[in-house]
Ligand binder design. Structure first.
Ligand code: UDP
Length: 258
């Protein structure tokens, strides 16, 4: 981690990111690590360069979403691994949207991965490491006051809009958005509270398959030991046209011949 980031006050450290106090009240700095975990921390590893790529990929996707009116916590990217974000009160729910059967859905119902769903499925998981993020219903969310029905409705609407937009965006890059997870937070502006998109959107939180070959280009390469893990993240960044400014694999310009 850079000297700059060690000097700042750490607010929170997660598996793949660190949050530091921001330069002004109401802001935070989100630092992207190369660390990866899967299966509730049972599998741990490092994906070299992942943090740099996820910082760029999440910036790109959040900016595009903002351009269609989705409120997000993203303010601006600060450097290779850090971005300035608005401080929110995170709603402890992971909202998962699925377009194609994969992962835990395939396992839970014994269905083969890859079957396109006739309509998108929305699932909610309660964020709790001890409980291993259990699947919950709207009833649980409201009864335990993790979010109100109005907030659930808002999250659902935003998640479906995000899904429609990102499905098209990724399709244009030759990628199928199989499923993804988003998190939301409460943001206060004066006395007004708004639910906004928080956390990140990256190959850590999305399943992305090549449209032609169904090759997996996301964190499943790590989870399932498929090899060429770094290359999966790089390929997604390359297809979105956003490889980092510098680095050995910066192939942005026509002059970048290898
Ligand atoms: N996901 C995530 N964080 C989690 C759990 C799931 O980002 O803690 C994402 C995951 O990358 C996939 C989608 O949510 O794109 C659905 O995941 P699933 O329920 O199939 O769980 P998994 O296979 O990861 O156990």
């Amino acid at each position: 981690m850079s000297r700059d980031s060690t000097r700042r006050r750490k607010v929170y450290e997660g598996k793949a990111k660190v949050l530091f106090e921001g330069p002004e009240p109401g802001t935070l700095i989100q630092y992207f690590k190369d660390d990866a975990t899967a299966f509730n921390n049972q599998k741990q590893g490092v994906i070299t360069g992942k943090g740099v790529l996820n910082n760029r990929i999440s910036e790109f996707l959040m900016e595009r979403l903002a351009s269609i009116g989705i409120p997000t916590h993203f303010v601006r990217r600060l450097n290779m691994r850090e971005q300035l974000v608005r401080e929110v009160e995170i709603i402890p729910i992971e909202v998962v949207i699925r377009n194609v059967v994969a992962g835990s859905l395939a396992k839970r119902f014994g269905i083969e991965e890859g079957e396109a769903l006739p309509r998108s499925i929305v699932e909610y998981y309660y964020k709790s490491d001890e409980l291993e993020d259990p699947l919950v219903t709207e009833e649980h969310i409201a009864a335990f006051a993790w979010a109100s029905y109005q907030e659930i409705d808002e999250m659902l609407n935003l998640a479906l809009r995000i899904n429609d937009y990102l499905s098209g965006l990724f399709m244009g890059a030759g990628l199928r958005l199989i499923d993804f997870k988003v998190e939301f937070g409460r943001h206060w502006d004066e006395d007004e509270m708004q639910i906004i998109l928080a956390d990140e959107i990256s190959p850590d939180s999305c399943r992305l398959w090549d449209v032609l070959t169904n090759e997996k280009l996301d964190k499943d390469r790590f989870r399932r030991d498929l090899g060429r893990v770094e290359e999966g993240y790089q390929e997604v960044a390359r297809r979105l046209g956003i490889l980092p400014d510098a680095g050995p694999r910066d192939l942005k310009g026509p002059e970048a011949v290898q």
